[in-house]
Design a protein. Structure first.
Length: 398
């Protein structure tokens, strides 16, 4: 049975940088694995972010797993609820609920920190349990996640007006006014009452964290994905440090492999991820290995770290897996979910470069793997969810 590997460097793609003499971090990085594969692979660009959708990792990674976001994506909250193992009903409205720090929870207030000082999981959970005790009702319930990332479930919230509220993600609101979003919450009185009272409770004495308010956003109905196995006839697993990728994997009925020390940062446990992938492939057919670090470095605007993150992705994941599977029937896809250009320090919606190597069907590709080379081949997948079917030589999302 052919083994299929989808290896994702989150936010790896970029734009040319003057600081690198006009090269991108991917071109600058030392990537023997991808450079070995490129000339014998199909290399091109694919559009992972559909028109009219924001360039989020949740949407882009759903696309890469072969699910059309326009059809299956309901929100960020529902994906993370699945990652937490939370059971939800069909008419539940599921919100991502951040603990945040604000200058003042009023029209004149600003967002100081979307992560409440990167509050610890235990402190975060204690606050959520407190809020549940004080404010939990037949309509609203709080569910503790990790650190500042929690879930608010609104019973019978679907269909309803709250479902359509377009609340700004708190990480996009840094040092900006809360006024516009508070006005939106106020349009739904029960929700406004909840967030207002939560802020009061968090600002009372006894809370020595910097969590000063809750910020529900990214809401939607429960995430329901058709089983990956039935769709592709592959026994699959996801290996990632981040909740939303784990949530997507779980919702698709895939194995979710937890790797100790997988941090999502440059110092993540590459050996652990590599070992987990090899072990799963002893019996499984498909593995989705996700590395968050290039994205984090892009957000931080650190060129050197981003180049290093891409080099490690290649040298510690791509190359060893290639070596490990040498002589076997294997399909290897390397790509990123979206670009996180250093210049803008946030996600861009450009199509992403991909490489598809098939040991049974050698192709003629460019000399190296880069954004430019991927564009030069003329291979372009308009719908990113066709990438996996393209790699497998199967028909796409029916
Ligand atoms: Zn991403």
């Amino acid at each position: 049975m052919t083994k299929v590997l989808l290896l994702v460097g989150d936010g790896m793609g970029d734009w040319p940088l003057d600081e690198l003499g006009g090269k991108t971090p991917l071109e600058e990085a030392d990537t023997p694995g991808m450079d070995f594969l490129a000339p014998i692979s199909r290399v091109g660009l694919c559009q992972t972010i559909p028109e009219n959708m924001p360039p989020g990792s949740d949407i882009a990674n759903m696309t890469l797993l072969g699910y059309e976001p326009g059809r299956y994506h309901t929100g960020r909250g529902p994906i993370e609820a699945v990652a937490m193992g939370l059971e939800t009903a069909e008419d539940d409205l599921v919100w991502r609920c951040n603990l945040v720090n604000v200058s003042d929870f009023s029209q004149s207030g600003t967002m100081l920190d979307y992560a409440a000082g990167h509050i610890g999981s235990r402190e975060g959970a204690e606050l959520m349990h407190g809020l549940q005790k004080e404010l939990g009702s037949s309509e609203f319930s709080f569910h503790a996640g990790v650190q500042y990332r929690h879930i608010l479930v609104q019973k019978k919230g679907l269909p309803g007006r709250a479902a359509g509220l377009d609340i700004t993600p708190p990480h996009d609101l840094l040092d900006q006014s809360l006024a516009g979003d508070l006005e939106k919450y106020q349009g739904y009185p029960a929700l406004w009452d909840l967030v207002r009272r939560a802020a009061e409770i968090l600002q009372e004495g006894g809370n020595d964290t910097s969590a000063r308010a809750i910020w529900p956003w990214g809401q939607g109905g429960p995430l329901r994905l058709p089983a990956f196995k039935h769709r592709y006839f592959l026994e699959g697993a996801v290996i990632s440090a981040v909740d939303l990728v784990k949530g997507l994997g779980r919702a698709a009925g895939m194995r979710v492999v937890d790797v100790p020390g997988a941090t999502g940062l440059l110092d993540t446990n590459y050996q652990g991820k590599l070992h987990a992938a090899k072990t799963f492939l002893e019996t499984g057919d498909f593995v989705f290995v996700h590395l968050e670090a290039p994205d984090e470095c892009g957000h931080m605007g650190s060129i050197r770290d981003k180049v290093e993150a891409i080099s490690r992705f290649d040298q510690q994941i791509v190359w060893p897996l290639l070596e490990h599977l040498r002589g076997e029937d294997v399909i290897i896809i390397t790509c990123c979910d979206h670009l996180t250009p250093i210049k803008i320090r946030t996600h861009a919606r450009d199509p992403v470069p991909f490489l598809v190597y098939d040991s049974r069907q050698q192709a003629s590709g460019p000399e190296t793997f880069s954004e430019k080379e991927a564009r030069s081949t003329g291979i372009f997948l308009e719908h990113g969810h066709d990438l996996l079917p393209f790699a497998l030589n199967r028909k796409g999302d029916a």
